[in-house]
Structure formats: structure tokens, C-alpha cells
Design a protein around this ligand. Structure first.
Ligand SMILES: CC(=O)SCCNC(=O)CCNC(=O)[C@H](O)C(C)(C)COP(=O)(O)OP(=O)(O)OC[C@H]1O[C@@H](n2cnc3c(N)ncnc32)[C@H](O)[C@@H]1OP(=O)(O)O
Length: 212
């Protein structure tokens, strides 16, 4: 598969490694004028850079794209997926060969499931979801579009994570809890109660977090 990435930072490096030997990376795009993260792949800046590249190449026919935007920026990832899809790129899922994904897991386009992650039976992943390195999504979890389950986070069974939410590294969410849309769960938090939409929680047990 021939692929381009939108996003030229750490997530791009991780995605390329996840695809090693299975895809040819042709170009990286970013809204900022960054140095390319790869010595052998050029970085083009912004929409204008993408347009120029497509003109030179003669279009997006047969090409794939992945959006390498992580952190709490799930809405940005989804918006960029929409733009690339509208330009004719296919948006494949990227599953690291050393991730475990149960055969019955349903997942939307453009999901990214990284090394040593586990996604267990009857889980449902929306569009553009990231299950990051060594994260665990247990049985019957439902993860909304654009949500990001951070490195090493653990979702017990039947957890619901709504669209755009971000679960920080190493957080634990107890069975059946609901994390509202666009909420942020801090690194290492232990979530014992539901989290409201757009809420930010941290600590053990997790409590609403505000800047000091
Ligand atoms: C591969 C990858 O890297 S994927 C990306 C993974 N990224 C993460 O997991 C990051 C998750 N984000 C966090 O945990 C953040 O710190 C948040 C969202 C909880 C808080 O962010 P901010 O409000 O910007 O926190 P800020 O850094 O200003 O710290 C404010 C206070 O909260 C404390 N704090 C920050 N994060 C946490 C946390 N996770 N748990 C407990 N306390 C925390 C800080 O120590 C600070 O306390 P102080 O004022 O007494 O020194």
C-alpha cells in the first residue's frame, strides 16, 4: 500500500514503524513548517503543500492516508480525515502486527491500534480511534469516534468512551464507567465514577482537575 501521513511529529514515527514492510510512505504533510521526521520522506506544508503534491503526482487515485495527530486532538484528527477522504484518499486502519485484536471487534475507518495493545471481544471502536502502545480495551467497551486511549491505559469491561475523549497514559477506568465526549482523563488516574462531557479529571480516585 502507498500511503501519506498528515502530521509530522511523534505519531508519524510510530505509525511508520507499525506499517514497516507493509506500506510505502510517500509524503508527510503538516500545517506547520516542520522538518520532516524522516530523512527519506519530504514534508509539505499545509493545504497548499498537499495541493501542489497532488498536482505533481496526478491525483490521489490508489493512495491511502493516515492522520498522525495524537494527544487530546481527536476532533482535529477526524476533521483532517474528512478532508483527506474528500480528496479521494482511502483511510485504512493501521494495526501493529504485535497488537491483539479479537476477531469480532467492530472498528471504524482509520483506527490506529499500536504495539502490544489489546482490544478484546465484543469491543466497538469508532472512526479514527487510537488505541496506543500497550493500552488495553476490554470486553464490550464502546469507544466513540476520534477518542484516544493513551499508552498503557486500561479500560475494564463495558466502559464507554464518547467521541473525542482522551484517556491519558496509564489511567485505569473501572468496569462500566462512562467517559463523556471530549473529556480528558489525566495520566495515571483511576476513574471510579462517570466523567462528564468535556470534564478533566486526574488522581486516584479521579477527581475534577483544574489548573493550580
Ligand atoms: C505516546 C504519547 O505520548 S501519547 C500522549 C500521552 N499523554 C498523556 O498521557 C498526558 C495526559 N495529560 C495529563 O495527565 C495532564 O497533566 C492533565 C490533562 C491531567 C492536566 O494538564 P494541565 O492542566 O496542563 O496540568 P499542568 O501540567 O498545568 O499541572 C497542573 C497541576 O496538576 C498536576 N497534575 C498534572 N497532571 C496530573 C496527573 N495526571 N495526575 C495528578 N496530578 C497531575 C501537576 O503536578 C500540577 O500540580 P501543581 O500545581 O501542584 O504542581
Amino acid at each position: 500500500m502507498k500511503i501519506v501521513f498528515w502530521g509530522g511529529t511523534g505519531q508519524a514515527k510510530v505509525l511508520r514503524e507499525a506499517l514497516a514492510g507493509r506500506a510505502e510512505l510517500l509524503a508527510v504533510f503538516d500545517r506547520r513548517a516542520l522538518a520532516s521526521p524522516f530523512a527519506d520522506v519530504p514534508l509539505y506544508v499545509g493545504e497548499a503543500g498537499l495541493e501542489q503534491w497532488l498536482r505533481e503526482r496526478g491525483g490521489s487515485r490508489g493512495l491511502h492516508a493516515a492522520v498522525a495527530i495524537g494527544g487530546a486532538r481527536g476532533r482535529d484528527r477526524l476533521a483532517r480525515m474528512d478532508q483527506l477522504g474528500a480528496r479521494g484518499f482511502a483511510l485504512p486502519e493501521i494495526v501493529h502486527p504485535r497488537a491483539f485484536v479479537a476477531a469480532d471487534v467492530r472498528r471504524g475507518e482509520g483506527c490506529q491500534i499500536l504495539a502490544l495493545a489489546a482490544v478484546c471481544t465484543c469491543a466497538v471502536l469508532g472512526r479514527g480511534v487510537i488505541v496506543n502502545t500497550r493500552a488495553s480495551v476490554d470486553h464490550d467497551c464502546v469507544i466513540g469516534d476520534g477518542a484516544h486511549i493513551g499508552p498503557g491505559a486500561v479500560l475494564a469491561g463495558e466502559v464507554q468512551v464518547e467521541a473525542g475523549a482522551f484517556i491519558g497514559s496509564g489511567a485505569v477506568v473501572l468496569p462500566g464507567r462512562r467517559i463523556g465526549a471530549d473529556a480528558v482523563v489525566g495520566a495515571g488516574a483511576v476513574v471510579t465514577r462517570d466523567v462528564a462531557a468535556a470534564g478533566v479529571v486526574a488522581g486516584n480516585p479521579a477527581r475534577p482537575h483544574s489548573k493550580a
